[in-house]
Structure formats: C-alpha cells, structure tokens
Ligand binder design. Structure first.
Ligand code: CA
Length: 232
C-alpha cells in the first residue's frame, strides 16, 4: 500500500490567501489542492484522500461549519479552521463540530505551518499504540501522560496552567509563538485578561524550571512572543 504523506486540501474563497498558502505549503513539500467554494471543496475531499484540511468558515456554496459536519460523518482527518478575528461563535461551533484547531486571520505563515505540523503529528501519534511521547529540551523533560515535568531529573511541581503553557511551548519547540496565540490556546478564546497573563505565567515557569537550576529554556523574542529552543 502506498501511503501518501502530507496531502493538504485548502478550502478558502479568498483566492489571494488560498494561493499564498498553497505556494508556501508546496514549498514545504506538501501536496496541495485547493477549492474556492464549500461545495466543490467537499466534493474534492470525498473524491481523494487528504491528510489535512484547511477550512475557511465563511464560504460560498456551503459554509465551513457545514463542510466540517459532512466531513466528520465519514472521516477523522485533521481539520484546521481559518476564522475571522472576531468570529468567536464560529470558533466555538467549529471546535464543537470536531475541528482540531483554528487559526485567526490574518496569520503568520510560520504559525500556520507549525499548527499543521502539530495536527499531523497528533494524528500519526494517535495511531501508535499509546506510547507516551515525552517532550524534551536540553535537561528539561515533560511527560504528557503522567503530567510530570523534570529538570535534570528532579521533579518540578507546576500548576495546571503552568503545565499546559510549558506543554504547548515544548510541543512547538523551535517555533516562536506569539502572546496572542498562546493566550488563545491556553486561556481560551473568551479570556478577557489580556496578553499580560502570558508574561506572568512565563515568569512563574522560569522561577520554577530555570532559576533554581540556573538553566535557560524559554527565550523571549522581543515584540513577538516566546520560544523554547533546542540547545545548540
Ligand atoms: Ca471566506
């Protein structure tokens, strides 16, 4: 059996965005097909195997939520929704409808690529029988199954939010994550406390996993956000 890896379907009626994303994805080595219309996109999906779908919500033909609903009737393909900035209801409906992730337009292409990698990895991970995938960066280790964090082998106690934040940063190792993205992921789309919360929790984390060990894991990227890098 030939397994085709990395075939992505873009369903997005803003042709400029669709074409731009298509070019970037092809450049990254993915195979790409695109549709500017919900109904045609769904037909394409039904006709060919895809590994992931990028799905706009406001679409002519069939809207994205309806496309998602129909896809979910027969497929668990990872679906990332492309949503407008203020469309909170769409995000909720989309995630309830079985979307794996969403990204708010306008987005940085690096961030979309990162989300795609995570979604594809999760998908392939869920097929390997329950092996606990430990995440590592230097002497920092996180076990998502046991919800344990260790630095140089010593167990560190984190609160739920601290753990979730660290988990998210490690999952996206070497990718700079904006405060807005982190906020949406960890605090949710309806959190109104502002991106300051991210800085506060990064400080909490540093006080627990870096300072006592004289280590540096979380790097600040000025004006952008945070990244955990593999040690050079
Ligand atoms: Ca649209």
């Amino acid at each position: 059996m030939i397994i085709q890896m990395g075939r992505i379907l873009i369903i997005e009626d803003e042709e400029k965005i669709a074409r731009f994303v298509e070019l970037e994805l092809i450049h990254e080595g993915y195979e790409v097909e695109k549709s500017y219309n919900g109904r045609d996109g769904l037909k394409l999906f039904e006709a060919h195997p895809f590994d992931l779908v990028l799905l706009d919500i406001m679409l002519p033909g069939l809207n994205g939520i309806e496309v998602l609903r129909r896809i979910r009737q027969f497929s668990d393909v990872p679906v990332i929704l492309l949503t407008a900035r203020d469309a909170v209801v769409d995000k909720v409906t989309g995630l309830d409808g079985g979307a794996d992730d969403y990204i708010t337009k306008p987005f940085a292409i690096e961030e979309l690529l990162a989300r795609i990698r995570v979604a594809l990895r999760k998908k392939s991970g869920s097929n390997t029988s329950g092996s606990s995938d430990r995440l590592k960066a230097g002497t920092l280790e996180l076990d998502p199954m046991k919800r344990e964090v260790r630095v140089r082998g010593s167990l560190v106690n984190l609160t739920k939010k601290e753990f979730d934040l660290l988990h998210y940063l490690l999952e996206n190792k070497n990718i700079v994550l904006s405060r807005e993205t982190i906020l949406e992921k960890i605090w949710g789309y309806d959190f109104s406390g502002g991106t300051n919360a991210v800085d506060v929790y990064v400080r909490y984390l540093r006080a627990k996993i870096e300072e006592p060990f004289d280590e540096k894991f979380i790097h600040t990227v000025r004006g952008v956000g945070y990244v955990i890098k593999d040690e050079e």
